[in-house]
Ligand binder design. Structure first.
Ligand SMILES: Cc1cc2nc3c(=O)[nH]c(=O)nc-3n(C[C@H](O)[C@H](O)[C@H](O)COP(=O)(O)OP(=O)(O)OC[C@H]3O[C@@H](n4cnc5c(N)ncnc54)[C@H](O)[C@@H]3O)c2cc1C
Length: 331
């Protein structure tokens, strides 16, 4: 099938794009990577009167480190994050390239965008899950200016978000540098959205108890959800298997995933509990790795300082010996 007719524009600025969306009073759609919108247009599941192509808005394609985290421009493609070469990604956000690798197949990752995925609001999408896990703040720009929306309130239902029809999503701020964050998922078919995904970011106290815990699940409700009760149960605990199992059951106890063509709700719930424990385990392993790296760094610093001290002492001794030689008249 071909799309129903629509007006097509390719504005040069974000302001023009927003003005165009506003002009069409909720009947226009933004086009980012097109990986979700184009199939919807072809099947006539959406019939906008206008399509605003964002391709020229290069200012929305960036990864920018901030004091407390990372800003990701809405038009940043999955593949750009997957490459992981941008220095901004090395400073504690290794989970982003890892997660990008899980999305669809190469052509989807080459065209699809970070912001397009959030705006599309698929309840199983990995970026939506990570945004909720890391307490991302999303910036929307509309005719009245910009506003910031917390990720947890941004997703309002399956394929529904708090974005107004005349607003563009311009960027996301991940305020928490999360070197220990991890996402695991189960997708029965490769290159497809996961059936269920779980993400966790934990930190440990000096004596090995869980200091902080952030946990979120996707594919078990009409939007990605934080598992607050499980987070509380983990904090202060010794990270053993029985605690992780308990947290998995707590996180899924009140969920009622719907049965669908891919799986029963009960299966999704059980899978979520298992994946959640696995995500926490990966995050814990990253805590241990980070601690080992920090210790190695500290030991290297101590060794360097000892070498500097030895050099200083050798210098003092050499000077004292030279003075002594002069005094006793030894050449
Ligand atoms: C075969 C296949 C496999 C896939 N597998 C996965 C997967 O495993 N995981 C996953 O998460 N996704 C998957 N996807 C979806 C893919 O990641 C899409 O890229 C994503 O859902 C939409 O991003 P996009 O940039 O293509 O947006 P588009 O398709 O251009 O737009 C999607 C929707 O968001 C709106 N929109 C886009 N950008 C903005 C913006 N800046 N402001 C406001 N509204 C905007 C559009 O108007 C439209 O309604 C898959 C897609 C395909 C075709």
């Amino acid at each position: 099938m071909k799309p129903a007719p629509f007006v097509y524009v390719r504005p040069d600025t974000v302001e023009e794009a927003v003005a165009f969306l506003a002009e069409h009073q909720g009947e226009a759609r933004a086009l980012a990577g097109g990986q979700s919108l184009i199939p919807l247009l072809h099947r006539r599941l959406v019939r906008p009167t206008a399509v605003v192509d964002l391709a020229r808005l290069d200012g929305l394609r960036h990864l920018t480190p901030t004091d407390g985290g990372l800003r990701i421009g809405a038009l940043t493609r999955h593949a750009e994050i997957e490459r992981g070469t941008d220095p901004a990604l090395r400073a504690g956000f290794r989970t982003l390239p890892e997660t990008a690798r899980l999305i669809g197949h190469q052509p989807v990752r080459t065209r699809g965008t970070f912001g397009g995925t959030l705006a599309h609001g698929d309840p199983s999408a990995e970026w939506c899950l990570l945004a909720v896990l890391l307490d991302a703040e999303l910036t929307a720009l509309g005719p009245a200016g910009s506003r910031t929306i917390a990720a947890e309130s941004f997703f309002t239902g399956a394929f529904r978000t708090a974005l107004r029809p005349d607003e563009l999503l311009v960027e996301a701020h991940l305020p928490y540098a999360a070197p220990t964050a991890a996402l695991v998922e189960y997708a029965p078919q490769r290159h497809q959205l996961p059936l269920v995904a779980a993400a966790a970011a934990v930190t440990l106290t000096g004596c090995g108890r869980i200091a902080t815990a952030q946990i979120a699940l996707a594919g078990v409700a009409d939007r990605p959800v934080r598992a607050r009760a499980a987070e509380q149960a983990l904090i202060g605990g010794i990270p053993e298997d029985r605690l992780l199992e308990h947290a998995g059951l707590l996180a899924t106890r009140d969920l009622e995933p719907a049965d669908d063509a891919r799986a029963s709700g009960g299966y999704r719930r059980e899978l979520a509990a298992v994946l959640l424990a696995r995500a926490v385990r990966v995050s814990l392993a990253r805590c241990a790795e980070a601690a080992r790296e920090a210790q190695a760094l500290q030991e290297a610093e101590i060794a360097k300082e000892a070498a500097r001290e030895a050099a200083r002492e050798a210098q003092v001794l050499a000077e004292a010996t030279a003075t002594l030689r002069t005094e006793v008249g030894v050449a």
